[in-house]
Design a protein around this ligand. Structure first.
Ligand code: FMN
Length: 154
């Protein structure tokens, strides 16, 4: 039997726009071609250090808020940072961010904390400005699929 890996998706989803992005991410992560990867989905305000310790990789989703990640995702990091600091070194992560004008600060903020945790950035973040078009939804699907597929055991 194939060993199971776990992908933890930690997201803050405060609007229909971001719900659409999350659904595309989940469709990618749960694609039937990906085997042996359990997908665990947690709103950022409900995710715990236990969730983080139990996972093999992470997919983070946030809006840009005042030039930074959302307070909800920041709260998640504040909660798990020290409990997970030693145990999760080297684990892969990816990121998607939605904004209405500029996502730069939010991306920089998440990458700074992930660097502190010594997580391994799997790929460029997906950043979407405004209403997600077909290409944006496809990019969300793809970050879900590639992050989950990276955890398939060979
Ligand atoms: C308090 C607040 C601050 C925000 N700051 C930014 C920001 O700095 N950059 C940005 O691109 N969008 C910003 N936004 C827009 C949000 O990122 C956006 O509302 C969120 O991604 C959901 O998208 P939607 O409102 O189009 O559904 C902000 C929204 C709020 C409510």
């Amino acid at each position: 039997m194939t060993a199971m890996s776990t992908l933890l998706i930690v997201h803050h989803t405060p609007s229909p726009t971001m719900q659409a992005m999350l659904e595309a991410v989940l469709a990618g992560a749960r694609d039937e071609a990906i085997e042996g990867v359990e997908v665990v989905v947690r709103p950022a305000l409900a995710a715990t250090a236990v969730d983080v310790l139990a996972a093999d990789g992470y997919l983070l989703g946030t809006p840009a808020n005042i030039g930074y990640m959302s307070g909800a995702l920041k709260h998640f990091f504040d909660t798990v940072y020290y409990p997970c600091l030693d145990a999760t070194v080297g684990r892969p992560y990816a990121l998607y961010v939605h904004g209405n004008n500029d996502t730069t600060g939010a991306v920089r903020a998440v990458e700074a904390i992930a660097t502190g945790l010594r997580w391994k950035r799997l790929r460029d973040p997906v950043t979407v400005i405004g209403v997600p078009d077909a290409a944006a939804r496809e990019a969300c699907w793809e970050v879900g699929a590639t992050t989950a597929a990276s955890l398939m055991s060979s």
